[in-house]
Structure formats: structure tokens, C-alpha cells
Design a protein around this ligand. Structure first.
Ligand code: ADP
Length: 763
């Protein structure tokens, strides 16, 4: 989201240049701040007496710093001759550098895009640096020059004031977004506290009443050895007090977690060991209930990067519930497995299972399923503590009812990453090492998750002719550490080609021996920054897993472009770039189906069927990968909810579009891509969000994303309901053609999925 300014031509009739400038500048519309200011200044200069031609030029570097919407490579000068109706954008030879002497009073600007003797006056940005050059051409002579200067100086002062105001406004806007996020968090905390009070008065009351009553009886019998029940009463007091203590401990755990991610100590941990510890700890209870507990783990499970104490607590909570809720004689299984970027632990039982209407709420604080209270002691905090811990690790937890009865609770935590050279040392980027390694980590994980690859390697160009590994994930135990390679001619031409390939060309085949010595299939994808090869991503699957197909190839290419943009933008805005990359991961974790390779592939085919040019298809795929980022921020229980949304939940979902744009802004520098992302929740009839655009005003790419999103969310299975079949989903989309969706897009889409049947989403 950026400040938008637009021109109001009807008001430009004022003849005073300063008044014209301000009347052309407004805070509503579609133009970015610097562009809007330049166009308003140009309109003002045209009012100057004797102006034969006018131009406004901008220092492109300063513009990019001042305006998130500014694109590198945009023409940097807008000019019009006395007769021109419309201004034209151009990039005079020699760039801003050739203009600088004229700005400093050191001579004429020879490359001015307007004819005549030119007068150049600087206008400053908020930091006092010269950002814009205002230019008027006219008759030569010092008297004319002085007259032009007199007309321009007040305009320059206005421009300077406007740029400062716009910069302040942009800061305020991002502050507003941040505060809105904090407000949301505070609201949650507030609701939580309300529930604490409710729970305290209810659940603490029973044990406390018992303690008080029994204690009073005992107090009434001082030293009475003949009082036979004293031992029994003391036993009750002790067990009730212990119960109270356990509840208090859980609440304390909870508040500690709510505020304490900084308390975590991460280290590589063998989860199988933690599971066995938890099983041992709960063995007496399990034995007393005659439960059979089995642990299944693959022989070679990668280590997880976790806080061992906290994750042990998660396992104890899940296993404790399984033991608690499974009737005597039942079975509990704990299954460990390797996933793309994580290690997964699943706790399954053949107990009563969780009613489907409860799955959405089961992880909420103090939630207990219908009837649970009669079965067993509990405060309804164990699962929310577990979820909190898992989320602190950047992981994911879910519950489901097993088809054969019973429940499964499954959580994923990050896999250990391979140690390699630091990104700042290799690339020379001025980035704090800790931030840099977070970036590498999220890049590896996101690529792994989104392309379904358990192993990923990232290599970056070191500026001295070598590709150096900066991070790896899931390389098989015992694999040789990846080594740097020299970028030979063969390498360069492979990288410049820009396409992901299952094999490196024969010309460089030898030099990469040992680069990635895993069995199974691979995809090598170049990282390009414009025309410059900046690195390589390798994604790998294990022997026995399905080989990579066209959808994964396509997705890896899109991700490589996103990663190259992230690296290009990293310096100076590490935190924002990191956040933007993180939502990629979240989007996949929260099960948003449009972030899968299949969805992207279908999007590409629809774009082709609609006649998109190759470059526009690339833009659409870039947008498709990032467009639901904001959704990752909307609580997953709302997104995945079965019930109709309440008004406040609806508001939250609608707001995601703007949140999403703001979040991914550092990764999106193409205005078309931005438009696709911003408008994918518009409705064809003009009742959508965020701008209420209608019909052809909605960018075509956004209309395509709307249909694709609907298709995948209708057909995807949820934990509590099956997705619609193809025919029913198409019928539902067709029913909304013309109101919600563009009927033309819907028909092309329908023809595509009806004829090939190749659109079953991955669930
Ligand atoms: P508590 O067990 O203290 O009530 P939890 O947060 O651990 O709190 O669990 C919340 C609710 O989820 C429980 O009250 C119970 O209804 C349900 N639940 C949790 N685990 C299971 C399970 N393995 N089988 C059936 N229901 C479960």
C-alpha cells in the first residue's frame, strides 16, 4: 500500500503556478507519490509566463528511497513542449549525472528534452537532498532566465514541502498498519484475560472449596489422635492442592509462552529421544489403564532445530491427552517422519475422537470438547500451550479425526539446516549475520515446502567468479559437504538461460560432482538479478519419491525470481524482506491451496488459454505465489472454518488484501504484479475489496486469480469436510459468473478443466 496521488485536470485551470501545483496534488487516486509530485510540478511549470517547454527530472536512486512504488528502470524525466497536450516520459542520455552540474549552477543541461535555453531549479526531498530538477525552456538571455527563475522558485519550495509531507505520510501509514497489528494482538490478550477470570472462578472453586472444608474439620480436631479420618482427610487435601497446583502451573506456562519467544534455546535435537522420554514418564499411567503405546520412527530421521524442553512439553501434552481420553485397553501410536522442511510427530489413539464441530476450536485456550469435563480432569490449556510452543518454533500443529475412529494430533517443527558459509561473507552484502542466516533458513524452507523437496541447497555468486554454498537443508546424513564451484563459461550460459533443469548440461557435469550427492531426482534453478547470474538453487527429492514434474519446475522458477528480488532488496530492509519471505512459508502451512505447484501450473495454463504474453504469464505466476500472503496472517481457524464467517471475522478476511500487499511489498516491484495482488478480491459487479473496482477495471490477472482461488478452495478437502467434486465446484463458480467472477475467464477456465481433467488439487 502506498500513498496515492492523482491529478484532477478539471482543477488545473488556475493560472498561478503554485496554486496549480497544489490543485494537481491530492491524496486519493492511483499514482505513486514521486510520480504524482512530478506531474503536478510539470503542470505548474506550464503556467509560467514565456515557457516554451517544461520538464521535471528525478534522481532515480532518491526516488526509490522515497517511494516504495518507484521502479528501477522507469523513465526518470517527464517533459512537454508548449504545444504538447500530454506530457511524455523519457530518459535523456547521460542520466541524472549529466544534469547535476546544471543543478549546482555549473552550466546548461545539454540533454534537456525540451528545446531552447533552459533554466534549471532544484527541489529538495525531506532530507535536504536534491531530488527533483525543475526545467523551463524559452528565449535565451539573462532577463528571461531571471523571470523563469522567479516563477520557478515558489514552485520548487512547494514541491519540497509536498515531498516532506508525503514522506511523513508514508511513515505514518506504515505505523498505522503496525499499530493495527498490535491492536489486534492486544484485543486477543484482553479476551484471553476475560476467559482467565471466568475459568478461575469456575475451575479453582471446586478444589479450593474442598480444601477449605476439609481443613476446617481438621482444625476443629487439634491433637485428637482418636479422630480416625485425619489421614484420609489430609490425603484429600494433598491431592486437591496438587490438582490446583497443576492448573496454576499450566496457566503460568501459558503466560510465560505468550510473552516469551526470547526464552527459547534452539539446538539440533533427535525427536525420537524426546518421544521415548515422554513415553517413559507416562508409562505408569498408561499401564494402569492397560493402554498399549507404540513408537514408530524411520531409521534415519533428520534432527530438528528446537528447544528440547519446550518440545518435550508438547509431546507430553499430546501423549498425556491420548492416555487420558483413550478408554482402558486402547492403543496409542506415536509416528515420527521426515517432511519437506520439517520433522513431523503424530500422536494417534483409538479413543472417542474429536467431534468435527470441535476441531476448529480445540486449540483455543480453555476449550474442552463436549463431555470432556465428565471424563477427565483438565483445564483446556494443554493443546493451546502445545500450539503456542509449536508456533514459536515456526512450526505447525493440527488435529483430525481418524477415519477408523480415534484422533490424530500432528505437529511439525523445523529440520536442522546444514552449516555453510555466511551470506554476508559470500555476497559482500552489508547485512547482520543473524538476519542473513534467518533469510537463508526461510528461503531453504519455503523452497522445500512449496516444491515438495526434502533437500534444498542455496549457492550464491561471490563476485569473484565462484558459486559458494550459503545454506542447505536435508542433505542425507554422511553426504559430502557442498563445495564452491568456479563459474566456468558452461556455468554462466546455464545460469543466464534462467530455466530450471533436472540435470546440469554436460559441459559442467564434471565440476558439480559432489555438489549435491544425493540419490533421487533434482532440479537446478538459476538465480538471476536482471541479466546478472547471482546464484543457484538445487531442490532434491529422495530416491523412491516421485520425480519433479513441470509444475514443480515452474514453481521453482517463480521462487527463484522471488529469492533474487529478496537478495537484491535485502540491504537496509532486512526485517521487512524476512517478514515477506516468511509469509510464503505460512501460506503453505495454513493450507492455503493456491500456493501449490499444481495451482500455479493451472494458473499458467489458464493464462495461456486467455492469450497472456509470456512476460505477463510470468507476472501472474509471481503474483499468484504471493497474493494470499495476508491470508496467512488471518487466524487459520477462520480461514479453515466450516461455519459462515461472523461479521468481525469477515472484516478480518477482507483486510487481508491490504495487509498482504503491505507485507509482500519489498518483494514486488512491478506495478502490474502489485495490481494483480491488490485486486484479487474485487468482484466483477464492483462490490469487492479493497477498491470496489468493477468489470474491465479489475486487472485481468486479478480476475484470473479470483477464479483459481475459488476453484481450489471449493475442491480442497478440509479436516472436517470433503471438497466438492469437479462438476459441483464448476457449477458453483459458474453460478457466480458475471457477479463475482468475469464470465469470460470462467468459461475459458471451465473449458480447460472440463477437457483435460487434470485439475485435481493436491490436498
Ligand atoms: P484438557 O485435556 O486439559 O481439557 P487440552 O487443551 O489438552 O485440555 O484439550 C482440550 C480438549 O480437547 C479436551 O478437553 C478434550 O475434549 C479434547 N481432546 C484432547 N485430546 C484428545 C484426545 N486424544 N482424544 C479425544 N479428545 C481429546
Amino acid at each position: 500500500m502506498h500513498t496515492v496521488i492523482h491529478r484532477q485536470p478539471s482543477r488545473t485551470r488556475a493560472t498561478d503556478p503554485v496554486a496549480t501545483f497544489w490543485s494537481c496534488l491530492s491524496l486519493a487516486g492511483e499514482t505513486s507519490p514521486v510520480l504524482g509530485t512530478m506531474e503536478a510540478a510539470l503542470a505548474a511549470l506550464r503556467q509560467a509566463p514565456g515557457a516554451g517547454g517544461v520538464a521535471v527530472a528525478v534522481d532515480a536512486e532518491q526516488a526509490a528511497a522515497l517511494d516504495a512504488g518507484w521502479e528501477a528502470g522507469t523513465p526518470w524525466c517527464v517533459a512537454s513542449d508548449a504545444s504538447d497536450a500530454d506530457p511524455r516520459w523519457c530518459a535523456p542520455a547521460g542520466g541524472w549525472a549529466l544534469l547535476r552540474p546544471a543543478l549546482g549552477g555549473g552550466g546548461a543541461w545539454l540533454q534537456a528534452p525540451v528545446d531552447g535555453a533552459v533554466t534549471v531549479v532544484p527541489a529538495e526531498g525531506p532530507g535536504g537532498q536534491v531530488v527533483l530538477a525543475l526545467v523551463i525552456a524559452g528565449e535565451p538571455g539573462s532577463a528571461h532566465d531571471a523571470a523563469r527563475r522567479d516563477a520557478m522558485v515558489p514552485v520548487a519550495a512547494s514541491v519540497t514541502a509536498a515531498l516532506s509531507a508525503l514522506a511523513a505520510l508514508a511513515t505514518l501509514q506504515s505505523e498505522v498498519v503496525r499499530l493495527a497489528g498490535e491492536n489486534h494482538a492486544l484485543g486477543r490478550l484482553n479476551r484471553l484475560q476475560g476467559r482467565f477470570v471466568g475459568m478461575a472462578s469456575h475451575d479453582f472453586k471446586a478444589p479450593l472449596t474442598a480444601i477449605t472444608a476439609y481443613t476446617e474439620v481438621l482444625l476443629g480436631q487439634p491433637g485428637n489422635e482418636a479422630f480416625p479420618q485425619s489421614v484420609e482427610f489430609l490425603g484429600v487435601i494433598r491431592s486437591e492442592a496438587a490438582r490446583l497446583l497443576r492448573m496454576v502451573d499450566r496457566i503460568l506456562d501459558f503466560t510465560r509462552l505468550e510473552f516469551g519467544p526470547q526464552l527459547m534455546t534452539l539446538a539440533p535435537v533427535v525427536l525420537t529421544d524426546l518421544v521415548h522420554e515422554a513415553v517413559r514418564a507416562l508409562a505408569p499411567v498408561a499401564a494402569s489403564r492397560r493402554l498399549q503405546v507404540a513408537v514408530e520412527a524411520p531409521e534415519r530421521l533428520p534432527r530438528a532445530e528446537v528447544d528440547a524442553d519446550l518440545i518435550r512439553q508438547v509431546i507430553v501434552n499430546l501423549l498425556g491427552n491420548a492416555v487420558k481420553y483413550t478408554p482402558p485397553g486402547g492403543h496409542v501410536r506415536i509416528v515420527l517422519a521426515e517432511e519437506e522442511s520439517s520433522v513431523a510427530v503424530s500422536v494417534q489413539d483409538d479413543g472417542p475422537g474429536i467431534p468435527s464441530e470441535d476441531i476448529r476450536r480445540i486449540f483455543r485456550e480453555f476449550y474442552r470438547a463436549e463431555g470432556a469435563a465428565q471424563h477427565a480432569e483438565g483445564a483446556g490449556l494443554g493443546l493451546s500451550i502445545a500450539r503456542h510452543i509449536v508456533q514459536l518454533h515456526g512450526g505447525h500443529i493440527e488435529a483430525r479425526r481418524l477415519p477408523e475412529g480415534g484422533s490424530e494430533f500432528r505437529f511439525l517443527v523445523p529440520k536442522e539446516l546444514g552449516e555453510t558459509a555466511g551470506l554476508p561473507a559470500v555476497t559482500g552484502l552489508d547485512v547482520a549475520p543473524e538476519k542473513a542466516s534467518q533469510v537463508v533458513s526461510v528461503v531453504l524452507r519455503a523452497i522445500g515446502e512449496l516444491t515438495g523437496s526434502p533437500s534444498v541447497l542455496l549457492m550464491l555468486a561471490d563476485g569473484h567468479g565462484a558459486l559458494v554454498p550459503v545454506g542447505s537443508m536435508g542433505l542425507p546424513g554422511g553426504a559430502r559437504r557442498p563445495q564452491p564451484v568456479i563459474m566456468t563459461g558452461g556455468w554462466r550460459s546455464f545460469l543466464l538461460d534462467g530455466h530450471a533443469q533436472p540435470d546440469l548440461p554436460a559441459s559442467i557435469g564434471e565440476s558439480q560432482a559432489g555438489l549435491f550427492d544425493a540419490d533421487g531426482s533434482r532440479l537446478y534453478c538459476p538465480l538471476l538479478d536482471g541479466e546478472e547470474p547471482v546464484g543457484l538453487v538445487v531442490a532434491g527429492r529422495r530416491a523412491g519419491e516421485a520425480a519433479f514434474g513441470e509444475p514443480e519446475r515452474q514453481q521453482l522458477e517463480v521462487l527463484a525470481r522471488i529469492v533474487a528480488t529478496a537478495l537484491h532488496r535485502l540491504e537496509g530492509q532486512e526485517t521487512r524482506v524476512l517478514e515477506a519471505l516468511q509469509v510464503l512459508l505460512q501460506a503453505r502451512r495454513t493450507g492455503i491451496p493456491t500456493s501449490t505447484p499444481e495451482a500455479l501450473h493451472l494458473t499458467a495454463r489458464l493464462a495461456r488459454a486467455l492469450g497472456f504474453a509470456a512476460a505477463d504469464t510470468r507476472r501472474l505466476l509471481y503474483a499468484a505465489t504471493l497474493h494470499d500472503a495476508g491470508m496467512a496472517r488471518v487466524e487459520d481457524e477462520i480461514v479453515l472454518g466450516a461455519a459462515p464467517l461472523s461479521w468481525d471475522e469477515r472484516d478480518e478476511v477482507d483486510r487481508h488484501v491490504e495487509q498482504g500487499c503491505e507485507l509482500v511489498a519489498p518483494l514486488v516491484h512491478d506495478a502490474t504484479v502489485r495490481g494483480f495482488i491488490r485486486h484479487h478480491h474485487e468482484r466483477y459487479d464492483g462490490t469487492g475489496h479493497p477498491d470496489g473496482l468493477a468489470g474491465g477495471d479489475i486487472p485481468l490477472g486479478a480476475r484470473v486469480l479470483a477464479v483459481i482461488d475459488a476453484w481450489f478452495s471449493l475442491t480442497k478437502d478440509r479436516p472436517y469436510r470433503r471438497g466438492l467434486d469437479k462438476a459441483a465446484a464448476l457449477a458453483e463458480i459458474r453460478r457466480n459468473a458475471g457477479t463475482q467472477f468475469d464470465a469470460g475467464v470462467v468459461e475459458t477456465f471451465a473449458a480447460l478443466v472440463e477437457t483435460d481433467g487434470a485439475a485435481a488439487p493436491r490436498t
